[in-house]
Write a protein that binds this ligand. Sequence first.
Ligand SMILES: Cc1cc2nc3c(=O)[nH]c(=O)nc-3n(C[C@H](O)[C@H](O)[C@H](O)COP(=O)(O)O)c2cc1C
Length: 165
Amino acid sequence: MVANALIELAPASLHCSIIEIGDLALYNQDLEESPPPAWLRFRDEIRPAHGVLLVSPEYNRGVPAVLKNALDVGSRPYGASVWERKPVAVLTNSPGGIGGFGANHQIRQSLVFLNMPTMQQPEAYVGGVAKMFDDQGKLIAEGARGFFSTFMVAFADWVALHARA
Ligand SMILES: Cc1cc2nc3c(=O)[nH]c(=O)nc-3n(C[C@H](O)[C@H](O)[C@H](O)COP(=O)(O)O)c2cc1C
């Protein structure tokens, strides 16, 4: 719901799509001899993207395993990472008050090694998300709508700044 709201509020210059990560087998380098089709599909979808927005909850004050796995799958085979120099932003969210701060910064640790220019501001630790949406999944919290719009404008600028010929 958070990702859908961000997409809805994004400036027209951004053409966003959600890339599935739930079907990626746990990364195991031994499988590279005959990679699972979902790994290849995922890498092919990330490769042409001009930027990546990571939207995540937090699990036990850290990054959910499914997202870390997706970062790992995209990073290999060695020397062929789909993440290399791709601009990225991170938005974490939670029904709780801390807004996924722990997960947000754990994700950023991997982005350093993956050589992804990472948007620093605005930081986005979005707490209290359970009360922000109606039964149809529409974002109804006005303050959040304003912040999400500001965040997506900054992300569009970040992607444009790092656009590669
Ligand atoms: C295993 C597990 C660990 C969680 N740990 C945290 C946490 O550390 N911090 C937090 O704010 N919320 C935590 N939550 C609550 C999640 O933020 C909440 O369940 C969220 O809706 C999960 O999103 P998802 O259904 O897309 O995975 C946790 C939930 C689960 C299932």
